[in-house]
Unconditional design. Sequence first.
Length: 98
Amino acid sequence: MAKYALYAELKAKPGKEAEVEAFLKQGGAMAQSETGTVDWYGFKEDKPGVFGIFDTFDDEAGREAHLNGEIAKALMANADEYFAEKPIIHKITLIAEK
């Protein structure tokens, strides 16, 4: 079981929802090459303009590599253009799974 995770809250600027969705699809493709990332999910919540990223890692080294990797760099580089607020990134320790 993966022990570490990240959850990023993303609130799209009005009119930028399609760009955020496309960005998340591209992020999923980019995550395929990250050896330390176990799972990577980009999603859209049931609230207008609210998206997120949830990803898991076996160890802290994998999580830190992801936080310093290309997806995170692209997220922050596009934050002012796409998001109404700065993305909030939560570090999570997983304690159970099914």
